[in-house]
Design a protein around this ligand. Structure first.
Ligand SMILES: Nc1nc2c(ncn2[C@@H]2O[C@H](COP(=O)(O)OP(=O)(O)OP(=O)(O)O)[C@@H](O)[C@H]2O)c(=O)[nH]1
Ligand SMILES: [Mg+2]
Length: 410
């Protein structure tokens, strides 16, 4: 069964299970404006901000007006609350539903804006003509799927329409989604989204990225996740550059219940990492997550520092770091893409953490990353809470994005 069929099946199952919950009646929303903080981050890497904005002003997440009835995602959601014996398959199923709901909530902004635009397109055009394709192309570009990707999707739809002699836009609604899903799948055949975790011994993960993208937050969330899985986790506060960065990581360490190896503010980050690796080895830790500075005097310094940190790790553990995760902020759209390109040139990035998907209407960036960068998205940030980081799952992502758009025959 193809990827698209799987997604379709998921919608059909859902439809059987509950009364149709189709969101096609949404009124057309204004495209979600980027907040001020995101606008600031449109700057290229070299022109980094002077001051790190207060945490509370970062990427405010608007509460959707109609909240789906699910447990609050910012608190640990116990899957089983009673002492009763519950079949492992049942627990697994419940966990899957929780993850799916997180994706749906996290992608709400994108779904509403992109979905509303597509619905408008289907309603406004009587026939599938050249104007329709142009409008579709613009809609796709607006969702940040990337220029090339938008052209590719529209082009293959053109051919399909010709082939099948389709006249009515409604008849191509599913095909558009199918093309997007197919393209996504085709471009990612060789990709491995799973984190490279060592079965025996220490796994070291380095988090890199420009300032404010969500490195420290993602580390905190991931530390919590591993801790919940019974792993021994250590954090290394190797951002000694920004005032307050060490304390911020310490706060996350407390939240997650894991230790933080720290040095002095302004000290040598590589020395902190050296201490952290030593300690992780002595204490038989399973996971070491290294936080790094997002901003130095300039880009060259930043890259040199990352190289130095990597060398220190490699001297102690030749196979490490097992992951170099580049964190990018989805709300910065194409700027996130260019950051990724720059980092990819200078550092051996093993994967991406795409944060703040909940704060953007442009979740289509996942497609652009896949098609233009060929870097696997390994984790996605779907909110600010400690439980709001998930391994990237293309299935859940597509369902979160297209729910209510895909027409399922009765
Ligand atoms: N809505 C939302 N906010 C997020 C997410 N991830 C991080 N943030 C917010 O983004 C802001 C910046 O996050 P940090 O973790 O401090 O970013 P950083 O990359 O460590 O920044 P520097 O230390 O300056 O390099 C914080 O306010 C976080 O709460 C996410 O997935 N969704
Ligand atoms: Mg940080």
């Amino acid at each position: 069964m193809g990827f698209f069929d799987k997604i379709k099946k998921a919608f059909m199952n859902e439809k059987e299970a509950q009364p149709a919950e189709i969101e096609t009646d949404q009124t057309l929303e204004e495209p979600v404006e980027r907040d001020e903080v995101s606008e600031e981050k449109q700057e290229p890497m070299e022109q980094v901000q002077e001051e790190f904005p207060e945490e509370s002003t970062q990427a405010p997440t608007e509460e959707p007006e109609t909240e789906p009835e699910i447990a609050p995602l910012t608190t640990a959601t116990p899957v089983v609350q009673t002492e009763e014996l519950v079949e492992p398959e049942v627990i697994e199923e419940q966990e899957e539903i929780i993850v799916q709901e997180k994706y749906e909530k996290g992608l709400e902004k994108t779904r509403k804006t992109f979905g509303a635009r597509l619905n408008e397109l289907f309603a406004n055009f009587r026939s599938v003509d050249e104007d329709f394709f142009e409008e579709l192309e613009e809609t796709l570009i607006g969702a940040d799927v990337g220029f090339d990707t938008a052209i590719k999707i529209t082009e293959s739809l053109r051919q399909e329409v010709k082939l099948r002699n389709v006249k009515k836009p409604a008849a191509v609604q599913n095909t558009i989604i199918e093309k997007m899903v197919d393209l996504y799948e085709a471009e990612g055949i060789e990709e491995n989204n799973a984190l490279n975790i060592q079965v025996n011994g220490l796994t070291v993960m380095l988090f890199v990225g420009v300032n404010g993208v969500g490195k420290t937050t993602s580390i905190g969330k991931l530390a919590h996740e591993f801790k919940q899985d019974g792993k021994k986790v250590l954090l290394a506060a190797a951002d000694t550059f920004r005032a307050g960065a060490i304390d911020q990581l310490v706060v996350w360490g407390e939240r997650a219940g894991v230790e933080v190896v720290r040095g002095n503010a302004g000290g040598d980050p590589a020395a902190v990492v050296f201490d952290a690796v030593e300690r992780a080895k002595t204490e038989n830790a399973d996971i070491l997550l290294v936080d790094t500075a997002g901003r130095l005097q300039n880009k060259v310094n930043l890259m040199n520092e990352l190289e130095k940190i990597k060398r220190v790790i490699q001297r102690e553990l030749p196979d490490a770091p097992h992951e170099v995760l580049l964190v990018v902020d989805a709300t910065t759209g194409q700027n996130a893409m260019s950051q990724a390109k720059q980092f990819k040139e200078t550092t051996d990035v093993t994967g991406l953490v795409l944060t703040k998907l909940d704060g953007t209407a442009k979740g289509g960036i996942v497609l652009a990353i896949r098609n233009e960068l060929h870097l696997p998205v390994k984790l996605v940030g779907l909110g600010e809470g400690i439980n709001d980081l998930e391994p990237f799952d293309a299935n859940d992502f597509a369902i979160g994005l297209f729910k209510g758009l895909l027409k399922v025959e009765d």
